[in-house]
Design a protein around this ligand. Sequence first.
Ligand code: KIV
Length: 271
Amino acid sequence: MSDNSIVKKVTTQTLQQMKKDGEKITMLTCYDYSTAKIIDQAGIDAILVGDSLGNTMLGYSTTLPVTVDDMITYGASVVRGVKRAFVVVDMPFGSYQGDPRLAVKNAVRIMKETGCQAVKIEGGREIEESYKSILSAGIPIVGHLGLTPQSVNKFGGYGLRAKGSEEAQILLENAQRLQEYGCFCVVLEKIPARLATEVTQTLSIPTIGIGAGNQCDGQVLVYQDMMGISDMAMPKFVRKYGNLGEYMAKAVSEYVSDVKSGGFPSEQESY
Ligand code: KIV
């Protein structure tokens, strides 16, 4: 796809039609302009500016310290790099829970100041009023169920969710509720594949899985994980498609040795 070709933007309707047509939806996280441009041109359907940027870009050990301002800075830079892909921005911890008026205020800010097409929030019935108030402002929402990292302290870690039948039933009911509220899509994170399949078959809106088996309507991975940039231990659902960390380290060490030896810049690289 060349830079000046006419590109048809992916919308909420496109993603819903993909589910109807049985076409898988591809989604990656992304947090910056340069990477957004590359992955958009490579044909990704949707980009999530995840609050995982707290880990990948800001070096926090959880997503909890991420602010609305952080999401706006990174979200706006991604939107500037994208022509085709659908862009959704996460609402960070504390920006939508417990106060529906604050939720809609923050969602409106994120939409206005980033130019994204939707927001994503974590949770089910317990944040029903936040879902409803944001949706009432005409803002599309991607719900997020299963392992919701903003609740890491409640869960006591990042383990598999909804293993037992009680939690699985609650998750299924919550997924149905999110569809009833008017969410156009749901992310299912780290739950048994069988449960994700049941949710996917029950809902008419698309499900996007991460660690939720291959029967979801689409898949999402964190870019740094799938590209091999992150040096952290990876959960088994991450497939590594690149070794960028090693490639970058090699390029930097070659640069260091060229500068140290006086081999860079050459005469041709000088004025
Ligand atoms: O923040 C994020 O990257 C996410 C994905 C893991 C779904 O929420």
